[in-house]
Design a protein around this ligand. Structure first.
Ligand code: CP
Length: 319
């Protein structure tokens, strides 16, 4: 008896929402193969994207995502252009679509983009032949962050099914939480959103039925296998939703006192950048239960897997 071979069915990665559990598993499994490449003592490079041109288009600041994509592209032997928004003709009034169409005229195979406008990637995907990878669009989605979070959790716990995950803090402004909600609920994890009522939109329970919403962090902590802290995003207006930073920390900061209430084997995640002393204290962020830099390390093979599967949906040229 033969089983049908899996083919990755997506031309773009615009978000986690369109991915099936099988697609997510395929990316995480492919990332496992690429993690072995990344751990090689000498040559950490495979030819999987040789002669493919990747344009990295970052219209918002980034440390982790931008460098992680660039390293992933280099490890796959791609040719890379890093578009510099600050010195581009955007400053002369050129539109995003015109910018993208002009880049398209140079025949890139993949475009990795971060943009402040939710849906900017979907707009580009309608106009372009290249595969579009969403590296963050406003407060909408950050799919590769959710994939690397899932990879980190799966590597630690072996499985996502039934895992209890609290996502805590500035839910309202977070694209990380939206991608994680699609992914974790689709893979059978039990998610609780925690934050002040002003930062946790109640309508999220309608979009993701089955999730829990709590405003009492202390009550939620003891049941969790993983606690994912979110950055308070003051550049997106979080300050208007909280009485003050001291009050916010008092109720929603992950600190040693709260860690004492958690399971002994709980793990702590944070997508970064961290507001040390606000949503998390340094002794927890750097402490023995944190997987924060593991998340960053895992981002490279996960992004390699995404770029590879978009370019080789049949899985040919496996390293
Ligand atoms: N996690 C994340 O997206 O970090 P950067 O903004 O530094 O890319």
């Amino acid at each position: 008896m033969t089983s049908e071979r899996y083919v990755f069915p997506h031309k773009h990665l615009l978000g986690i929402e369109p991915l099936s559990p099988q697609d997510i598993t395929a990316i995480l499994d492919q990332a496992r193969a690429f993690e072995e490449v990344c751990e090689r003592p000498s040559i950490k490079i495979v030819p999987a994207l040789r002669k493919k041109l990747v344009v990295n288009l970052f219209f918002e600041n980034s440390t982790r995502t931008r460098n992680s994509f660039e390293i992933a592209e280099k490890r796959l032997s791609a040719e890379i252009i890093n578009f510099d928004a600050d010195t581009s003709s955007l400053n002369k009034g050129e539109t995003l679509i015109d910018t993208a169409m002009n880049l398209e005229a140079m025949h890139p195979d993949l475009i990795v983009m971060r943009h402040s406008a939710p849906g900017a990637h979907a707009l580009l995907a309608r106009h372009m032949k290249a595969s579009i990878v969403n590296a963050g669009d406003g407060a909408h989605e950050h799919p590769t962050q959710a994939l690397l979070d899932a990879y980190t959790l799966r590597k630690h716990f072996g499985n996502l099914e039934g895992l209890r995950v609290a996502i805590v803090g500035d839910i309202r402004n977070s694209r990380v939480v939206r991608s994680n909600l699609w992914l974790l609920t689709r893979m059978g994890a039990k998610v609780t959103l925690v934050g002040p009522p002003t930062l946790v939109p109640q309508e999220m329970a309608a979009t993701w039925p089955g999730i829990q919403i709590s405003h009492d962090f202390d009550a939620v902590i003891p049941d969790q296998d993983a606690i994912m802290m979110l950055r308070a995003q003051f550049e997106r207006g979080t300050g208007a939703y909280i009485p003050g930073q001291g009050e916010y920390s008092r109720f929603f900061q992950l600190n040693p006192a709260r860690m004492k209430q958690a399971k002994k084997d709980v793990v702590v995640l944070h997508p970064g950048p961290i507001n040390r002393g606000l949503e998390i204290t340094s002794d927890v962020a750097d402490g023995p239960r944190n997987l924060i830099l593991d998340q960053v390390t895992n981002g490279v093979p996960v992004r390699m897997a995404v770029l590879y599967l978009l370019s080789h949906p049949h899985g040919e040229q496996v390293p």
